[in-house]
Ligand binder design. Structure first.
Ligand code: NAP
Length: 278
């Protein structure tokens, strides 16, 4: 089996690195803010790329991915596979693919869903884009941390489906928060609200996942406001999507939450905007 290095040790990268390490496949990790206690820590991103067959990148946004790619290019070439798992947009996916392939290395766009709990349990779901031979080459290693791997098509399509999924989630979250607040104002206990919701056609895995956090007012991040806001910005910036009304509404709510200092909180903190407006 191929070896892997993880670049970006945030909420997700640190959970994946731990699992790869336990499986014995991890040969390097690096993070912009040093985390020398991380398994297989290296002093630089390029050292990770030199050590590993597969370099998995999971950082904040397109600008962060670009800076990592520029740093690791000297160590890329035939035999190396770059698995790009940060959520980015199709235009940047195409750009990064060209950058990596020019070195002779292979590029797989590989965004994911499942958030922190799935990452910790090895149940991430990947949306993979690229040549089928490249996808097959990295699959055995990615299976160490994932439950489902969809082959979507091109890299651009893989990044597009990730943004499409998050558009739906962002709108659902605002809708769930407004619905819960409406019930609270009528004096309905959260227990009753969620029991009824569980038997309603509007129940969703998102409501199930966030119920305890919303009830407890626990906004510790599984997926942060700043990244969901970034995703809505990227989606709205994609050709032809600038005036989707719900996308725009979700983007505005997330922008407001970030402006009010909630950028690092879980995006279910959108409920606090409604509470503050009371
Ligand atoms: P996170 O905890 O905020 O971590 C972000 C990582 O990016 C950190 O390691 C950070 O380094 C690094 N970074 C930021 N700017 C950088 C730069 N200019 N150069 C190099 N590294 C940089 O984020 P996360 O939740 O793990 O998410 C990572 C990616 O996965 C994001 O694209 C996010 O949208 C996507 N994603 C997340 C989830 C989720 O549920 N969390 C689900 C699906 C997709 P520092 O430590 O130095 O800041």
């Amino acid at each position: 089996m191929k070896t892997i290095g993880v670049i970006g040790l945030g909420i997700i990268g640190s959970a994946w690195a731990h699992r790869y390490s336990v499986a014995g496949q991890l040969v390097g990790t690096w993070n912009r803010s040093p985390k020398p206690a991380a398994p297989a820590w290296k002093a630089s991103a390029v050292e990770v790329a030199a050590a590993a067959d597969i370099i998995q990148i999971v950082v904040a946004d397109p600008a962060a991915v670009e800076s990592v790619l520029k740093a690791i290019i000297p160590a890329l070439g035939p035999g190396k596979h770059v698995v790009q798992s940060s959520t980015i947009d199709p235009a940047n996916s195409a750009r990064f693919q060209a950058l990596v392939k020019a070195t002779g290395a292979r590029y797989i766009e590989c965004p994911f869903t499942g958030s922190k709990p799935a990452a910790e349990e090895g149940k991430t779901i990947f949306f993979m884009g690229g040549e089928s031979t490249d996808i097959e080459a990295v699959l055995p290693v990615l299976k160490l941390i994932s439950e489902v791997q969809f082959a979507i098509g091109t890299g651009e399509q893989a990044s597009a489906i990730k943004l499409a999924m998050n558009m739906n989630l962002a709108v659902q979250m605002e809708s769930l928060c407004e619905s819960l607040m409406f019930a609270r104002k009528a004096g309905i206990p959260d227990q009753t609200y969620f029991e009824v919701l569980a038997k309603n056609a509007g129940y969703s895995p998102l409501a199930k996942m966030k119920e305890l956090k919303l009830r407890a007012g626990n906004f510790d991040p599984q997926f942060s406001v700043k990244h969901m806001h970034k995703d809505m910005r990227l989606a709205a910036g994609t050709a032809g999507c600038a005036d989707y009304p719900l996308l725009e509404a979700a983007r505005e709510r997330l922008k407001l939450a970030e402006a009010r200092g909630m950028g690092d909180a879980d995006y279910c903190v959108l409920i606090r905007l409604l509470q503050e407006a009371d």
